[in-house]
Design a protein around this ligand. Structure first.
Ligand code: ADP
Ligand code: ADP
Length: 225
């Protein structure tokens, strides 16, 4: 069970910038929520606070019922996927995907099994022994997703994961991400500035503007407004 509850979440950066203002939002277990809005509206800051990469100035953040405001990212049971894939160039796809599990001292047989399962789901099996430089953009993006899913996290956080891809691949990957999320049922928060992506990808869309939540609804509800 990994409900995420933001209760009066506010972020003031040290320079005084008020990036997020009193956001209240409950994300249900297994839900796929899209945070959308123009550049600078506070999407990444909100996601980074959920991830533990930015301190919360005010408010309470709960994941799976527990207050996690002061918990380190590694103790929040989340996995994050960024637009820059940050793959290790000298490692094979297999080793990139298993890296976090090796750090966590998971045994080799379990790592191999989890990496192979993730590769199957992401259609990367035939690329497992390649280096990232020999992959297409879409394949690299799938390796980055694979690195996240092998950890079986309670929560996925994605920050513009498709924005480095060309338009055709972006559409293809959208479908794949939506299918993957449905299959795994992992609570997911996905940040994008792309309205089409927001309206086609998730269960619910949260529209932010100037640090506040302006609208929340299913894509259909927002479309009808
Ligand atoms: P978005 O992800 O929607 O583009 P951000 O969350 O990155 O928006 O930024 C929200 C606001 O906070 C912007 O006004 C931005 O300039 C400001 N901001 C972001 N990061 C910092 C920082 N490290 N220090 C000061 N202000 C920041
Ligand atoms: P997929 O093979 O999963 O459908 P793509 O459509 O992205 O993925 O890639 C098409 C083919 O081109 C793949 O077989 C891939 O291995 C190959 N390919 C793409 N970019 C490169 C590259 N930089 N070096 C070698 N092969 C590449």
């Amino acid at each position: 069970m990994a409900e995420i509850v933001l209760d009066g979440i506010t972020k003031r950066y040290p320079d005084g910038a008020l990036a997020v203002r009193h956001v209240d939002l409950t994300i249900a277990d297994g839900e796929f929520v899209i945070l959308v809005g123009p550049s600078g509206c506070g999407k990444s800051t909100t996601l980074n606070m959920i991830a533990g990469l930015e301190d919360i100035t005010e408010g309470t953040l709960r994941i799976a019922g527990e207050v996690v405001n002061d918990r380190a990212p590694k103790d929040r049971d989340i996995a994050m996927v960024f637009q820059s894939y940050a793959l290790y160039p000298h490692m094979s796809v297999r080793d990139n995907m298993g890296f976090a599990l090796r750090l966590a001292k998971v045994d080799k047989a379990t790592i191999a099994a989890k990496v192979e399962e993730a590769a199957r789901v992401l259609d990367l099996t035939r690329h497992l022994d390649r280096k990232p430089a020999h992959l297409s953009g879409g394949q690299r993006q799938r390796v980055a997703m694979g690195r996240a899913i092998v950890r079986d996290p309670k929560v996925f956080l994605m920050d513009e994961p498709l924005s480095n891809l060309d338009a055709k691949l972006r559409v293809q990957m959208r479908t794949q991400i939506a299918a993957l999320q449905r299959r795994l049922g992992t609570t997911t928060v996905y940040v994008t500035h792309d309205q089409v992506e927001a309206m086609t990808l998730g269960d619910r869309v949260v529209v932010m503007r100037s640090g506040v939540v302006q609208q929340v609804g299913s894509p259909q509800q927002l479309y009808d407004e």
